[in-house]
Design a protein around this ligand. Structure first.
Ligand code: FAQ
Length: 345
């Protein structure tokens, strides 16, 4: 699996890049000054931009997180995309097409943000297609009925927004700016999902049962989306020190539960957790234990749909080869025809 932990060697100019920091001797003055400027910017809550010096471990961490995020967006198109041809009305079909297309757009903003760190999109996609790169666990579960589409909007997009709002304040400028637009669009996704479920809950007994069944299947998976408990999260401490992560996995999970329980009440569905209860002393909902074995099995490639999702992505990429070639050939032709215009652009 794709694992770039924070303890990668910190590569510095004019040093043996293969040695970890502890073995390269005292940093020279220029290094110390660059590191100090970087730290000062973080302390002042200023953004780090692509042209700025940054420690190699910070760069790698961002490439890891942003590329995983981008992969999640494009793999995340598949479970809902499965329902485009079976949407129950023209209105629902148009909304769903727009939503799935938005997710593709999010992938593109995120790949572009990651490319500013010096890793090519081809490399990131190769890592996804070879199974080396991670993407969100949530997209390895099947969408079995139409209510799953509404529940993905309500709960999966809801969890994604909860996680992504703090990323709008991430210390890396291009990621933070991409997140602002992504969050606005995710907010529409969440509302459309909830509205679709409200409509079903005003329908027949069968439609209500379909919603409850979908909620039962997705609830625990959505709680796991926020990542392992803080005590088992190897990347959190440094990610927070660098201002990449602003709120911990457990705190975001709690915020999501607290925000979602009242929404479930309005909708008229129950959440499948007998231990879910308001805790007056904590002023939060208590909730039951997440099955972390299942989460890790899914993250490690053994969820119900991992193989299918990856195969679909690889096939789409291969079948799109001629489009990429045609676009490159067209761009090349335009450069030949109008060299000055291209330069000006
Ligand atoms: N699935 O130490 P931590 C969406 C991995 S977008 C798979 O806590 P970190 C939109 C983690 O990578 C959803 N792997 O890691 C949409 C790490 O492995 P590594 C995606 C997971 O980075 C909606 C290891 O476990 N959102 O839904 C998961 O500090 C509807 C240890 O974990 C983002 O990517 C997981 N759920 O925190 C699209 C947001 N959780 O890399 C279509 C940006 C953890 O060391 C339809 N990412 N892992 O080998 C983040 O905020 C963070 O990366 C976390 C993980 C919170 C996901």
């Amino acid at each position: 699996m794709y694992t770039q932990s924070f303890n990668v060697p910190d590569v510095r100019e004019n040093t043996d890049a293969t040695l970890p920091l502890s073995r390269v001797g005292a940093p020279d003055e220029a290094d110390a000054a660059r590191q100090a400027r970087f730290e000062d910017k973080l302390s002042a809550d200023h953004k780090i931009e692509p042209q700025d010096w940054m420690p190699e471990a910070y760069r790698k961490t961002l490439v890891r997180q942003i590329s995983q995020h981008a992969h999640s967006e494009i793999v995340g198109m598949l479970p809902e995309g499965n329902w485009i041809s079976r949407a129950p009305s023209l209105k629902r079909k148009a909304i769903l097409i727009a939503k799935v297309q938005d997710e593709g757009g999010h992938g593109l903003y995120l790949y572009s943000a990651a490319e500013t760190l010096g890793t090519s999109r081809d490399q990131m996609l190769a890592d996804l297609h070879s199974g080396k790169a991670k993407y969100s666990s949530i997209f390895n579960y099947p969408t079995l009925n139409w209510a799953d589409v509404g529940v993905i909007g309500w709960l999966v997009d809801g969890a994604a927004i909860m996680n992504q709002i703090p990323l709008c304040r991430c210390s890396y400028g291009p990621y933070a700016r991409a997140m602002i637009r992504v969050c606005k669009e995710e907010s529409f996704h969440q509302r459309q999902g909830y509205e679709s479920l409200l409509t079903l809950m005003r329908g027949t007994v069968e439609q209500k049962a379909m919603v409850q069944d979908a909620v039962n299947r997705w609830w625990w998976k959505c709680l796991a989306m926020f990542g392992p408990p803080d005590s088992d999260s190897p990347n959190s401490v440094q990610g927070m020190r660098w201002g990449i992560k602003r709120i911990s996995n457990d705190d975001l999970r709690q915020k999501f539960v607290d925000a979602t329980v009242p929404q479930a009440e309005v909708l008229g569905v129950s959440l499948p957790d007998p231990e879910l209860k308001w805790n007056e002393a904590r002023q939060h909902y208590d909730f039951g234990a997440i099955d972390w074995d299942e989460f890790w099995a899914t993250v490690n490639g053994n969820g119900p749909c991992n193989k299918e999702r990856l195969a679909t992505r690889v096939k789409a990429h291969q079948e799109g080869q001629w489009v990429r070639e045609a676009a490159l050939a067209y761009a090349h032709k335009q450069t030949q025809k109008h060299p000055t215009q291209q330069e000006a652009a």
